[in-house]
Design a protein around this ligand. Structure first.
Ligand code: CA2
Length: 147
């Protein structure tokens, strides 16, 4: 069965708890439930993780090789800074989708830079929590086409 890892970076554990005017009222636990329901409906395996630590995210990306078929990564602020995460994604040779809740291109200029996009199949940004389901559908389609 197809298996997809959804990996979330720093501060996303605060979703729905702090600054709802920026990131909405949906918690990360709500998003995980939506993703799990989507996986059950469409018949694929899902692993859903969050860490505030760059090294933990890198370890999760390394461990994905051989366990998962693709990675959906909301690297949060590390998107804009982390060559290490970019290198980790390259090393797995698994397809990755860069994901953001907000439209990063409508925000501050420093959010327009992404190290992840260079090694991603594509980017989904600005659709809020439903963007996670769009990313899962995009990854399923990508994996089915490359079978
Ligand atoms: O829009 C996204 O999904 C982001 O990845 C969110 C990151 C931001 O640095 C990226 O530029 C875009 C920030 C996540 C912080 O999440 C919080 C949630 C609630 C309260 C405070 C921060």
């Amino acid at each position: 069965m197809m298996s997809i890892l959804v990996l979330n970076g720093p501060n996303l554990n605060l979703l729905g708890i702090r600054q709802p005017e920026v990131y909405g009222h949906t918690t990360l636990a709500d998003i995980e439930s939506m993703c799990r329901e989507h996986a059950a409906t469409h018949g694929f395996d899902l692993d859903f993780k969050q860490s505030n630590h760059e090294g933990v995210l890198i370890d999760a990306i390394h461990a994905a090789r051989g366990q998962h078929d693709g990675i959906i990564l909301n690297a949060a602020a590390y998107t804009h800074t982390s060559i290490a995460l970019m290198d980790a994604l390259s090393s797995t040779q698994l397809p990755a989708i860069e994901l953001h809740l907000s439209n990063v291109h409508a925000r501050e200029p420093f959010r327009h830079v992404s190290y992840i996009a260079r090694v991603a199949v594509g980017v989904i940004s600005g659709f809020g929590a439903p963007g996670y389901l769009l990313a899962l559908d995009a990854m399923r389609g990508h994996l089915e086409r490359s079978e």
